[in-house]
Write a protein that binds this ligand. Structure first.
Ligand code: HEM
Length: 611
């Protein structure tokens, strides 16, 4: 009898496995049949980045990649595979090909015209809801919504990104960069340092204080800097670089920037644990910390909204109190929302009097609900934090291994902040920022190669849409719920659009010089060949914000210092050449996690040396 049971158990276990395989095979065949109708080359993959379990185990199956013939699919199963393979698969399969897995059909596009249409025609090509769920922690927002809802959000949000705000970004970025560099280069041996995980750590050992920093250290620094700039320019909360995370008011577990930093650095656990309700005895410290940080941030957002509403209604314009001045995004957003509310009420009154008092004043509101306000304030931070900090992270190794580019940018910086002009920290935004074109060229070139998003997916609205792809004008019919993803990193490097050196980092390519005046400006690339900030009505509203921040930080850095590859102790590096190679290896060894990031930033570093 017991022998029979032992014999039966493996068979019973086999049943669910068999059912899963059957279901996946059925889905794969169904998706394959759908993809055949597209009339483009097809790559079939048994597992994809949409299988969460596969993403966890994928690194252990690297060997599949080198299996002849059968290993072809491994590279397409990575989330963000285009960052490693760029335009090359398109040279084999064409400007549009389909990747078919049991989870989906995904059409990969490497054509600037089609890419432009996909970004621009937002009513026809919409954002797939599941991919944008991450932004909805506190409510629907500009980043996640589609169609008419998007128009309503954008109308209210646009006035928040104004020049007055960029001036604030400039001043705060200079201040933060100055403090960060001061700490990195002249820190007393035992000073406290606050890491990106919100915990205190020691810097001043061989990692810091003397200008030596791994890319992991700089990742922490740039993220802290970006978060402080957002907390100032986004919410009017000013903090010093080294102490922002420590100012905790009563009733909260973290300071404003501490809660923001925690939530932004832990987006995935926050999404999973944030809304979970568990009895206390079933919880663990990280779970409790996550929930407390989510709650703290919600309260800070609510306080910001009610405080700004109160001051707006009393004519105070949102300034005063703990706030610096009314140029921050939150104040401008809430003011615009209150104005839209007043306009709606006025409209309702007019409709009522026209209909003899019988009108109900129905119809959709033009303003944002409280939860949408919270949602937007949060989404600006998610969208604006990792993106700009990441660009600074990627620019650093390229600068370190290209001293001639540092001198080229330095020339511009010296001419702008020469001996008779004020140094960066006391410079004026309106007159200084436009002159730092080479700094901006460094940002464009870094985004071209290592922007935060290697590709971007859309769904066709309705039952499906036509899309014209490639030079031969082929039109494909894309049915609903088929992903169409623009391969940014392919288009950004394809030699057809960027020449034979498309994969090399050359910021000079962005500069055009007026032959008469010698004034330099940023080159406008041919239509659709550069999409780092997207394109059309849904173009990134924080583009100028990020440019101002990046340029301010780079100018502060190269005004006083130069970067050199660091021969990191305890590694196999021996020479400057080894250190340069390690930096480029760290860059190329990147992965996608919310944005593009170096997978092992601790493996290489730079030395920040005074000029
Ligand atoms: C280097 C820095 C940045 C890059 C490369 C970047 C890139 C992008 C891209 C590609 C999109 C389109 C996303 C999509 O369609 O799914 C986008 C949208 C957006 N970005 Fe940025 N971004 C940057 C910085 C910022 C900053 C600093 C903020 C705010 C402070 C911001 C706020 C937003 C918002 C709110 C949207 C949604 C716009 C809409 O859908 O109408 N971004 N960004």
């Amino acid at each position: 009898m017991s022998g029979n049971i032992l014999f039966l158990v493996p068979r019973l276990l086999f049943i669910p496995i068999f059912l899963v395989i059957l279901k996946r095979t059925y889905s794969l065949v169904r998706n394959y049949i759908q993809a055949r109708k597209l009339g483009i080359p097809i790559i079939v993959i048994p597992l994809s980045w949409q299988d969460r379990e596969w993403l966890l185990f994928r690194p252990f199956f690297k060997w599949i990649d080198s299996v002849p013939v059968l290993g072809y699919w491994y590279k397409y199963s990575e989330l963000g595979w285009t960052m490693h393979h760029r335009y090359r698969p398109h040279q084999k399969y064409g400007d549009a090909f389909a990747i078919v897995s049991p989870s989906s059909v995904l059409v990969q596009i490497n054509d600037p015209q089609a890419g432009t249409v996909l970004q621009r025609d937002y009513k026809i090509w919409t954002k797939p809801p599941t991919l944008y769920e991450i932004f909805n922690l506190y409510g629907k927002n500009l980043v996640s919504v589609n169609g008419e809802d998007w128009q309503r959000h954008r109308r209210i949000v646009n006035p928040a990104f104004r020049e007055q705000n960029n001036k604030m970004v400039w001043e705060e970025s200079l201040r933060q960069a100055d403090q960060m560099l001061e700490l990195r280069t002249r820190r007393p041996k035992d000073s406290n340092h606050v890491g990106g995980d919100g915990k205190e750590g020691k810097v001043g050992d061989e990692r810091g204080g003397d200008g030596k920093a791994t890319m992991a250290d700089l990742f922490t620094d740039f993220h802290l800097l970006a978060m402080h700039v957002l907390s100032a320019a986004g919410f009017g909360h000013l903090h010093d670089f080294s102490s922002g995370l420590q100012e905790v008011p009563p009733g909260k577990t973290k300071s404003f920037s501490g809660a923001l930093n925690f939530v932004l650095m832990n987006v995935l656990p926050v999404m999973i644990f944030g809304p979970m309700k568990l009895p206390r005895f079933l919880t663990w410290p990280k779970f409790r910390e996550t929930q407390a940080a989510v709650k703290d941030l919600r309260e800070y957002l609510a306080e910001t909204v009610s405080y700004t509403r109160a001051t707006t209604q009393s004519g105070g314009g949102g300034g005063g109190g703990g706030k610096q001045q009314a140029a921050d995004i939150a104040t401008a957003l809430i003011e615009a929302d209150e104005a839209a509310k007043r306009e709606d009420r006025r409209q309702q009154q007019t409709n009522k009097s026209l209909s003899g008092g019988g009108g109900t004043g129905g119809g959709k509101p033009n303003y944002l609900s409280d939860s949408e306000l919270f949602g937007n304030l949060y989404a600006f931070n998610v969208a604006g934090f990792d993106t700009t900090a990441g660009t600074l992270c990627y620019a650093t190794p390229f600068l370190a291994v290209n001293p001639q580019i540092q001198e080229w940018v330095g020339e511009e910086i010296d001419s702008v902040f020469g001996s008779s002009n004020p140094p960066p920290l006391s410079s004026d935004y309106e007159t200084t920022f436009p002159k730092l074109t080479r700094c901006l060229a460094v940002m464009h070139e870094t985004l071209r190669l290592w922007g935060p998003l290697p590709e971007m997916a859309r769904f066709a609205a309705g039952d499906g849409q036509h899309l014209r792809v490639g030079g031969d004008g082929k039109v494909i019919w894309v049915p609903k719920e088929v992903y169409v993803s623009t391969n940014f990193f392919g288009i950004h490097t394809d030699p057809r659009f960027w020449g034979p050196a498309g994969l090399e980092w050359k910021p000079e390519r962005w500069i055009v010089r007026d032959p008469d005046t010698g004034v330099e400006a940023i080159r406008t690339p041919k239509g659709g060949t550069f999409l780092a900030w997207s394109h059309g009505p849904r173009v990134c509203p924080g583009r100028k914000f990020s440019q101002v921040e990046f340029v301010a930080v780079l100018a502060t850095l190269l005004y006083r210092y130069r970067l050199k590859p660091w021969v990191v102790p305890g590694t196999e590096m021996r020479t400057q050449n080894d250190a340069s190679e390690a930096l480029m290896l760290a860059v190329n060894d990147s992965q996608f996690s919310l944005t593009t990031k170096m997978a092992r930033p601790e493996k290489a570093g730079v030395v920040i040396v005074p000029r």
